[in-house]
Write a protein that binds this ligand. Structure first.
Ligand code: 1GP
Length: 228
């Protein structure tokens, strides 16, 4: 099994957006550590299965980031399950999780499940809106969510989510300082090798999503920027 502690770079692909075979091959063969299948809107079992089957032609580890219970299917290497720590609605912190475990707990393979403590910081992203995230946080607020994730809840991943917007590298640096065990993911607005390097100087793993659809050639450069 793969060890996410060794990862530095992942691409996140949205099953609700189309990508041609050639581009998908370039992504999967780029040397990235994993491809995450995940998104906020229009996620269905059908589009998840379709994208999974296409990624599975390559040897890259493939992860489903679960956003709706209905779109979960066997066949991924890992299932990342977000708990949105700064949501104002308990549904996104433990609510949906409890419903899923109530229904499927006995057949879930816990070895494949990795919990992510999410802290959403871009108020304009769909995920912030959907989960009613409280984005009015100062650095100390964010750092305390990170510490809570590690020290109180022993979450394997803490995810700073700026989806669609390039975040504050200084905040990422300070968050990294309070974490010892929990792996720090950073995602949001990375479109160039320079930005990838800047965030990867502090985050353990950087996530590149939207850039894949905007300018794939530049997005691919983020891999070697981080892994060389
Ligand atoms: C989204 O964190 C990821 O969940 C990546 O963000 O799409 O802005 O690259 P971008």
């Amino acid at each position: 099994m793969y060890d996410i502690r060794e990862w530095r770079h992942v691409f996140k692909l949205d099953p609700n957006r189309s990508i041609n075979d050639e581009d998908l091959e370039r992504i999967c063969e780029s040397g990235t550590d994993a491809v995450i299948v995940g998104g906020t809107e229009g996620i269905t079992l059908e589009n998840v299965l379709n994208l999974m089957a296409r990624i599975r032609k390559f040897s890259v580890p493939c992860v489903l980031e679960v956003s709706t219970i209905d779109s979960v299917t066997p066949g991924f290497d890992f299932y990342f399950i977000p708990t949105v720590l700064n949501s104002r609605d308990s549904k996104w912190i433990t609510g949906l999780h409890q419903q899923a475990v109530k229904e499927y707990g006995k057949i879930m393979n816990w070895e494949e499940i990795i919990m992510e403590g999410y802290c959403i910081l871009n108020q304009d992203c769909k995920a912030a809106w959907l989960t009613s995230a409280d984005v009015n946080l100062d650095k100390e607020d964010v750092k305390s969510f990170a510490m809570m994730s590690e020290k109180m809840f022993h979450l394997p991943v803490f995810y700073l989510e700026y989806s669609g917007k390039y975040g504050d590298p200084e905040l990422v640096r300070e968050v990294k300082e309070v974490l010892e065990e929990t792996v720090l993911f950073y995602g949001g607005g990375i479109e160039s090798a320079e930005q990838a390097k800047e965030m990867a100087a502090h985050a353990d793993v950087i996530v590149v999503g939207n850039a894949v659809y905007k300018n794939l050639a530049e997005a691919l450069k983020t891999v070697s920027a981080v892994k060389s």
